[in-house]
Design a protein around this ligand. Structure first.
Ligand code: SF4
Length: 337
């Protein structure tokens, strides 16, 4: 049996909101399963509106949060196996890229300090000379160089440049997996595609897979091999990205795909939906049923199970396929009901 690079197995994360007595449970990530093959590097986009659980899932992948249920397995090693956990090995294999590059680098520290720390402390380079070579190599692969970066502070770079440096820093360890949580949301709209296109180039150059977390479906379309759509903590559609974008099967994915405007615009600004977020997290039947024009009795009775259609998985009783009209959604969106 081929070992997977990453297996997310029925992972659930629950937060308590409010006090112990009157507080509520919020299932931020609800029974999510995903996997990334090992043989060939891929870009898997995790997409969804704000509050869909994608950042919480990211934090669990980075071991910042512990799942309440389920398990995550990286190259055959379970996150639940605390006894054999090697934090250095994990930092070599999995690298994060965060949303705001200005927060990733302290304004009082020279940017190259971070790069040298990563190279020297994690044992990638034995001495300063080796570190120079490694750092220059990774900076060049993102269109910069050590001579440009050396001795400068974060404020001397644009957001786009700083995010390129973050990507270079992540590459220093030659990771197997880079987890990029909304990496272009703080970057100028005109530069977003440049940054995400880098993922595509680096994927093969460094043989590294990316998890690209975004609410910007237009950038995800261009770079993703696979796509996972989250809605209120649940994985609702998962499979080859082009297939999903060209022919979405879940009514919510279709709504999102058709709301995609131009590169850089957010879905949130396009979609007008009634504010019933909190209630939807607690729904025991299909969470999208209150908004879905295709809902039938069964949708309002019990939660659908993930169904497989070729390489695609869809959490829906009535998946949409070719030929379905969006008229019902158009009516829904304009009626304001
Ligand atoms: Fe809509 Fe029913 Fe599918 Fe839920 S299960 S998305 S309500 S059709």
């Amino acid at each position: 049996m081929t070992q997977k690079l990453l297996e997310v197995k029925n992972v659930t994360k629950i937060f308590r909101i409010g006090g112990l007595i009157r507080g509520k449970r919020l299932v931020a990530v609800d029974d999510v399963s995903l996997e990334i093959e090992r043989e060939k590097p891929v870009i898997l986009s995790i997409v969804g509106e704000s509050g869909c659980g994608k950042s919480t899932l990211c934090r669990m992948l980075l071991r910042i949060h512990k799942p309440d249920m389920g398990d995550i397995v990286l190259s055959g090693s379970s996150y639940a196996d605390r006894k054999n956990y090697d934090p250095t090995r994990f930092r070599l294999d999995v690298q994060p890229i965060f949303q705001n590059p200005y927060e990733a680098f302290s304004a009082r520290k020279k940017v190259d300090t971070y790069l040298y720390n990563t190279a020297l402390r994690l044992g990638i380079a034995k001495n300063r000379k080796e570190a120079d070579e490694r750092i220059d190599e990774v900076l060049k692969s993102v269109g910069m160089s050590l001579s440009v970066v050396k001795g400068k502070y974060p404020t001397q770079f644009s957001g786009g440049e700083l995010q390129r440096i973050s990507i270079a820093r992540a590459l220093i360890t030659r990771p197997k997996l880079i987890i990029a949580d909304e990496p272009v949301s703080a970057v100028d709209a005109s530069l977003k595609m440049n940054i995400v296109n880098l993922f595509k180039e680096l994927k093969d150059e460094y043989n590294v897979s990316f998890i690209y977390v975004t609410h910007d479906l237009s950038t995800a379309y261009y770079v993703s091999d696979y796509m996972a759509t989250l809605y209120r903590g649940s994985l609702i559609e998962y499979g080859p990205a082009r297939e999903i974008m060209d022919n979405p099967a879940h009514p919510y994915t279709e709504l999102l795909v058709n709301a995609v405007p131009r590169v850089g615009e957010k879905w949130d600004e396009e979609l007008v939906m009634p504010d019933m977020e909190e209630k939807e997290y607690a729904i025991t039947y299909c969470k999208f049923a209150p908004r879905c024009p295709y809902a039938t009795d069964i949708c309002r009775k019990q939660r659908p199970e993930m169904r497989e259609f070729g390489a695609r998985k869809v959490l829906c009783y009535h998946p949409l396929f070719e030929g379905q009209s969006l008229t019902q959604f158009d009516e829904y969106r304009t009626s304001g009901s």
